[in-house]
Design a protein around this ligand. Structure first.
Ligand SMILES: *Cc1c(COP(=O)(O)O)cnc(C)c1O
Length: 349
C-alpha cells in the first residue's frame, strides 16, 4: 500500500493566523495550570496572565475575554455613552468586522476617516473632532489599529502615535488601541510594549492570532477602567469560570511565540516577492508584517484563482473584488512557502 501522506501533503492554510492549533507544549502548559473560579476572581493562572499582560504594556490591569471583538466592544462601551461619537479609520476592524457592534452595544455614532493603509494622522483626527453644538454627537473616543488588518499588516511609526496621543489628551478624548496583532508591529519596529501604556487609555491584545493560542484576547487599562469593563463583560455573558486553562495558553504564547513572529514576516516578504513576479498579479501591498494583500488582474476571476489554489492544497481568502489575502503564521514553515511559490509559478494564467 502506498502512503497517503505523499499523495496528500498537509493543507497550507493562508486564510488567517487564527487557524493555528496549540502545540503539545502549549497543551501541556494548559493541562498543568492551577485554576479557580474566575468570576469570583479566584483563578490564579488568569490573574497571572492579566497581570503579566498589563505590566508588559505599562498599564495597571487586564481583563481576559473570549475574543478580540469582545475586548474592543467592551472598551468602546466603557469609554462612551449614547450620543457620543467614536473616530476610527473607515476600514477599522471595530467598524467593519464587528457586526455593527458600536451601534448595538454602545448606541454611539462613528466618524470614519480614510487612512493611508489604515493609518490615521493627528491632523485628520483633529479635523474630525466635533465642536460643541446641540446638533452634533460628542466626540469621546479615538480607536487606532496596529497592525492594520485591511491595510495589509501596516504599522504606525512611534512619532505618529505620539502626536495622536498628545492630541487626544489635550482634547480630553480617550484613545483605544485594537492591538490584535500588536506584537507583529513591535517585532518589526522595535518599539517597546512598555511605552504603549503612556499613549493609550486601553489596549486590546490577541493571543489566538499570530501567538498560536486557541482562544482569547486581553483588554488592558487603568484599574478603575478594567473594573467597569469586568461588569460589562459579565452582562455580555463573558464571565468564565475555570478560565485559567485558557490563560495558561496565553502565558505560554507570551513567553514562547513572540520573537518567532520575525519568521512569519520573512516568509511573507518571500511570498510577496514571488507574487510581484507573476503576470496575473496587478498589485501587491508591500508586506510590513505577516499579511500580504494583492490584487489580481481583471482577466483572472478571483474565485477561479482560489479554487486553483485549493486544488494545490492551499487556502487563501478573498478580500473584496480581485483582492486576495495571504497570512503567514506558526503553522506555515519554509517547506510550505516553497509549495506556495511553486503553485503560484504554475498557475494557468
Ligand atoms: C481578528 C481581529 C479582531 C477580532 O478578533 P476576534 O478574536 O476574531 O473577535 C480585532 N481586530 C483586528 C484588527 C483583528 O484582526
Amino acid at each position: 500500500m502506498t502512503t497517503t501522506a505523499a499523495a496528500n501533503p498537509p493543507i497550507i492554510d493562508l486564510r488567517s493566523d487564527t487557524v493555528t492549533r496549540p502545540t503539545p507544549a502549549m497543551l501541556a502548559a494548559m493541562q498543568a495550570a492551577p485554576v479557580g473560579d474566575d468570576v469570583y476572581e479566584e483563578d490564579p493562572t488568569m490573574r497571572a496572565l492579566e497581570e503579566a499582560a498589563a505590566a508588559r504594556f505599562g498599564l495597571a490591569a487586564g481583563l481576559f475575554c473570549p475574543s478580540g471583538t469582545m475586548t474592543n466592544q467592551i472598551a468602546i462601551k466603557a469609554h462612551t455613552e449614547p450620543l457620543s461619537e467614536v473616530i476610527c479609520e473607515q476600514t477599522a476592524h471595530v467598524y467593519l468586522w464587528e457586526v455593527g457592534g458600536i451601534a448595538f452595544h454602545s448606541g454611539a455614532s462613528v466618524a470614519l476617516l480614510p487612512g493611508q493603509r489604515g493609518r490615521l494622522t493627528a491632523a485628520q483626527i483633529e479635523a474630525a473632532i466635533r465642536p460643541e453644538n446641540v446638533h452634533y454627537p460628542t466626540t469621546r473616543l479615538v480607536c487606532l489599529e496596529n497592525t492594520h488588518n485591511r491595510g495589509g499588516g501596516s504599522c504606525y511609526a512611534w512619532d505618529d502615535l505620539q502626536q495622536i496621543a498628545t492630541l487626544t489628551k489635550r482634547e480630553g478624548l480617550a484613545l483605544h488601541l485594537d492591538g490584535a496583532r500588536i506584537f507583529n508591529a513591535l517585532v518589526v519596529t522595535g518599539q517597546r510594549s512598555e511605552d504603549y501604556g503612556q499613549l493609550f487609555d486601553s489596549i486590546s491584545v490577541c493571543f489566538s492570532k499570530g501567538l498560536g493560542a486557541p482562544v482569547g484576547s486581553v483588554l488592558l487599562g487603568s484599574a478603575a477602567f478594567i473594573r467597569k469593563c469586568r461588569r460589562i463583560r459579565k452582562v455580555m455573558g463573558g464571565g468564565m469560570r475555570q478560565a485559567g486553562y485558557l490563560a495558561a495558553a496565553g502565558i505560554y504564547a507570551l513567553e514562547n511565540n513572540i520573537e518567532r513572529l520575525a519568521d512569519d514576516h520573512r516568509r511573507a516578504a518571500q511570498l510577496a516577492d514571488m507574487l510581484q513576479q507573476q503576470a496575473y498579479v496587478a498589485e501587491v501591498l508591500a508586506p510590513e508584517t505577516n499579511l500580504i494583500m494583492f490584487r489580481l488582474h481583471d482577466y483572472v476571476p478571483a474565485a477561479d484563482f482560489l479554487a486553483y489554489l485549493e486544488q494545490q492544497g492551499i487556502r487563501a481568502s478573498s478580500f473584496g473584488p480581485q483582492w486576495i489575502r495571504f497570512v503567514t503564521h506558526l503553522d506555515v514553515d519554509d517547506a510550505g512557502v516553497e509549495r506556495v511559490q511553486q503553485a503560484l509559478a504554475a498557475a494557468p494564467y
